[in-house]
Structures are given as structure tokens and as C-alpha cells.
Design a protein around this ligand. Structure first.
Ligand SMILES: [Mg+2]
Length: 366
């Protein structure tokens, strides 16, 4: 496929979470920012991708516009992983991980969408060598933002269960807030705890017993730095599974983490890790190590559709993440969750993502 154009756009969609807007981000977080990548080939096929995300979309867009698009336009790309690796080599001096890889991720996803559309297949079928039955709906857990409030967080937990989700994840970082949520939903609801690297090694170690007491399903990103593989490994084996990986990029970091025995669950994020190409390589490495995947997927654009396609294609994926907020609009709606908090895998060609032109026009910022 010969690439005719690469276009980037930033879409800002306000959302509501019922909280005080003080969550995890560097400033008030009340808008879903989506860095969209649109790739078109000379035959008129169009692929969509998404590079991470949130407050960093302008930087992601700039990397695509200034360092990737000028080289990609006019070239033939048939082997997307080979394009990905060549681009990593060309850009490594700008930082192997972080924004450079978010930009590569967005373009990689768009190229895979394009390739699958040219083949007339949904991406999950293109990724699987053999013929397969229609995929089952993919199970999701509801992932709540951090409320740090003993009234709001338990209320939102109850709302998520009413919407049809069976599993919850909290981003609360104090044990009293976790206990308040558990008290609200009762003992039977699977509930994991993600502290986004906020705890010291000692605090995390001491928190394991009380979290087990609260019935936590897993503890996510307990310590800083996120790539502290030996520190993570030391927290394993005490009865509470350790999950991490949303801030690791490329299969290289996952290979290092797996070799160190850092995780019980791997959490690659398709818009950060290096797109579909690197996600597949990560899943293969995890398969060899016997480590299941719980991908990071709090996305509202092509990143979500790519995550669904990967979950359908890769047997190691157990569940996906649904960021439990209410956006004012969807570029391409997923609809309401089905039985037990599941979403169907799009069966149209590519990712199954086609942006609503009115939503795109209304919320596009750049
Ligand atoms: Mg997380």
C-alpha cells in the first residue's frame, strides 16, 4: 500500500465523572483528548489510529506531523512491523519511550487499519492465521477515576454495577477510600486497586495484607518508577497479584520485566506501547512466560477499537478496561455494555472505527 497522505487531528470531548475534577492529571481533567491519525493510500483506502493521549495530544501530534509523516508519505508499506521497527531506529535519539512511541503507536494502528481494510477483513481476522468463528463479546471491567471522597466513589461503584459491569477497578490511593467502596458494593464484586505508582516500596508491602482483606483482585502500578522491575518482583508472591505495563513501551521493556519476574498480569496499552505491532510482540512474549494480559484501554477513539480487535485475536487477553465516565459524545459509539459488562467486536473491515463526521467537526480542536 502506497501512502498518499498522513493527517493528524486533536478532538476534545468533555466528559462527566460525578467527581470534583481533581483526579490524576496535571490539571483539572474534564475533557477526553484524542490524538487521531488518518492515513490514506493511493487507492483511496483510509486507516485510523490513535496515539496517547490525555494532556499530551499536542506533543503526539507534533511528532507525527514533523518526524513521521514527511518520511511516510509517498512510500510503500506492506510489512507494518518492519515499518514500525525502521521508524523506531530512525527516531531513537528523540527518546525510546514516551511521546515518540505514542506517535509511532498512532501511525502503526492506522496502518494496520488500512491493511485490514484493503484485505476486506476485520483486524482480528487478519491477525489470526487460521479461520476462526465469530469472536465472543469481550469482557470489560469498569475503571473509575480517582475520587478521593468517601461519598462519591462508593456511589459511582454502585452506578457502574447498575450499568451492567460486574468487575470494578478503583484508582483510590488510600486504604480508607478502598474500604468505603468495598463496604458499598459488598464482598462478592471483583475489585482491583490501581495506585498509579504513588506508593513507596514499604507502604506497598504493608498494604498487601489489608488489600487481600478487602478482596482486591490485583494491585496495579504500586510503586515508582513504573519500570522498577526488581521492586515489583519483590511485591509478588504474597497473595495479591501484581499488574503493570501501561507505562512500558515496546516488547523490549516487557521482555525485561518478564525476565525479572515483575508481574502476574501484563498491561500493554496499544496507543503507548508501539501500536498493534508491538502489542502483538508483547502478547507473544507474555504467552511464552505464561503471563495473562489485562490491557490498559481507557480510550474513546481508535485505541478502544484496536484494543477490542486485539482482545479477539489474542488468547492471552482476559479483560479490557472501560474508563467509567460519561462523554458528551462518541466519535464511534460502542453502545451499552452487554451481559456481564461485555462489548461486541466490530466485524466490519479494519478496526471497525468510522468517526461520526458531525462529532468530529464539532469537537475538533486542531
Ligand atoms: Mg492503570
Amino acid at each position: 500500500m502506497k501512502i498518499r497522505s498522513v493527517e493528524t487531528m486533536i478532538v476534545d470531548i468533555p466528559f462527566h465523572d460525578g467527581g470534583k475534577g481533581e483526579g490524576i492529571g496535571p490539571t483539572t481533567w474534564n475533557t477526553l483528548e484524542i490524538a487521531l491519525v488518518r492515513v490514506e493510500d493511493e487507492d483511496g483506502f483510509v486507516g485510523w489510529g490513535e496515539g496517547f493521549g490525555y494532556f499530551v495530544t499536542d506533543a503526539t501530534k507534533a511528532v507525527v506531523d514533523r518526524m513521521i509523516a514527511p518520511v511516510l508519505v509517498g512510500t510503500e508499506v506492506d510489512d507494518v512491523p518492519a515499518w514500525n521497527l525502521a521508524t523506531q531506529k530512525r527516531l531513537h535519539l528523540f527518546g525510546r519511550y514516551g511521546v515518540t512511541m505514542y506517535a509511532i503507536s498512532g501511525v502503526d494502528i492506522a496502518l494496520w487499519d488500512l491493511k485490514a481494510k484493503r484485505a476486506g477483513l476485520p483486524l482480528h481476522r487478519l491477525l489470526r492465521a487460521e479461520e476462526a468463528d465469530a469472536p465472543s463479546p469481550v469482557p470489560f471491567y469498569a475503571s473509575l477515576v480517582r475520587y478521593a471522597d468517601d461519598a462519591i466513589a462508593p456511589r459511582v461503584c454502585a452506578q457502574a454495577l447498575e450499568r451492567g459491569f460486574r468487575d470494578l477497578k478503583l484508582h483510590e490511593i488510600t486504604l480508607p477510600h478502598v474500604r468505603a467502596c468495598r463496604a458499598a458494593v459488598g464482598a462478592g464484586v471483583p475489585m482491583s486497586v490501581d495506585v498509579n505508582c504513588n506508593w513507596s516500596d514499604a507502604f506497598a508491602r504493608d498494604a498487601i495484607a489489608p488489600l487481600i482483606e478487602q478482596g482486591a483482585s490485583w494491585l496495579e502500578e504500586p510503586i515508582f518508577p513504573p519500570e522498577g522491575y526488581a521492586q515489583l518482583a519483590a511485591l509478588r508472591g504474597h497473595g495479591l497479584p501484581i499488574a503493570a505495563g501501561e507505562n512500558w513501551c515496546t516488547s523490549v521493556q516487557f521482555e525485561h520485566a518478564l525476565a525479572a519476574g515483575a508481574i502476574d498480569f501484563a498491561q500493554p496499552s496499544v496507543t503507548k506501547v508501539g501500536g498493534v505491532s508491538e502489542f502483538v510482540a508483547v502478547a507473544e512474549a507474555c504467552g511464552r512466560a505464561g503471563v495473562p494480559l489485562l490491557p490498559h484501554s481507557p480510550y474513546f477513539g481508535p485505541g478502544m477499537h484496536a484494543s477490542l480487535q486485539l482482545a479477539a485475536a489474542l488468547p492471552g487477553v482476559r479483560q479490557l478496561e472501560y474508563l467509567y465516565v460519561q462523554p458528551d459524545a462518541w466519535l464511534a459509539p460502542l453502545g451499552e455494555p452487554g451481559e456481564g459488562g461485555t462489548f461486541a467486536v466490530p466485524e466490519g473491515p479494519g478496526l471497525g472505527f468510522e468517526p461520526d463526521p458531525d462529532v468530529l467537526a464539532r469537537y475538533r480542536r486542531a
